[in-house]
Design a protein around this ligand. Structure first.
Ligand code: URA
Length: 242
């Protein structure tokens, strides 16, 4: 815990973000003496480093509130990200526990594989999907043909799509016909359209990272709960800068 002048985030802001109500009601929680940082009574104006300080409300560490759940799913191809599919295809919602009801954070095309977060934390969902927070998403795309250096440069600098030019991206050719793309926008079918536009349609697309989250050992079709440290680092990746 540190004082007003140091680094970190204001405690009431952190509490509001993880779901303890408005900033005002979080201030009240602090004033009521319900919040501790590293075992010590918190003060209004305290700042915390969410990754290293232990914040508790009524004795329960934040980030492990029992009513909030966070799943990381390795979505296989052929599964849709919507809650219901008119064509009767399997949905990501059916792949994780039913209760409490969770929602996918953003969407992957039915053909796209890889990491998807599902949660009932609406504020975190909003932040992770809103373009203003610019969370990085990393994809591995197997494409038709070997992209030339100029195609890779185009992908890197921005591709003109019908709904606008894409922002600069991190691009690496990792095998003959395999590209790693790191983007921070969420245009519809963005990676597929970017690659097609430069002449290399995508044959297979896998999301391998969302912000700080990756997991190479989660088998396709499996899910697991996020750890408290992962929840905190996700929260941090979408924190307001103040
Ligand atoms: N880009 C795509 O083209 N599809 C996805 O599912 C995600 C990103």
């Amino acid at each position: 815990m540190s004082d007003e002048t140091s680094k970190g985030e204001r405690l009431q802001k952190v509490l509001a973000r993880v779901g303890f109500g408005s900033r005002r009601s979080c201030e009240q929680l602090i004033l009521d003496g319900k919040v501790k940082v590293n075992g010590q009574q918190a003060q209004l104006g305290s700042r915390v480093e969410v990754e290293s300080d232990l914040v508790t409300v009524d004795g329960a560490p934040i980030g492990v509130r029992p009513d909030l759940v966070y799943y990381l799913l390795n979505k296989p191809a052929g599964v849709v990200t919507t809650a219901d599919d008119p064509q009767g295809r399997p949905t990501v919602i059916e792949m994780v526990p039913e209760d409490p009801r969770v929602f996918p954070v953003g969407r992957l095309d039915s053909d796209t594989e890889g990491l998807l977060i599902l949660t009932n934390n609406g504020e975190l969902t909003h932040r992770l999907t809103h373009p203003s927070f610019g969370v990085e998403k990393e994809y591995v795309a197997v494409v038709e043909g070997k992209p030339s250096r100029s195609s890779l440069r185009l992908l890197r600098e921005g591709v003109d799509l019908e709904d606008g030019k894409t922002a600069p991206a991190k691009i690496a050719l990792i095998e003959q016909e395999t590209i790693r793309l790191t983007i921070h926008e969420g245009k519809n079918r963005q990676v597929r359209r970017m690659c097609s536009t430069v002449g290399h349609p995508v044959k297979r697309l896998i999301r391998t990272r969302i912000g700080p989250l990756s997991d190479r050992s989660l088998p396709p079709g499996s899910w697991r709960e996020l750890t408290t440290a992962e929840i905190r680092s996700l929260e941090k990746s979408v924190a307001d800068s103040d």
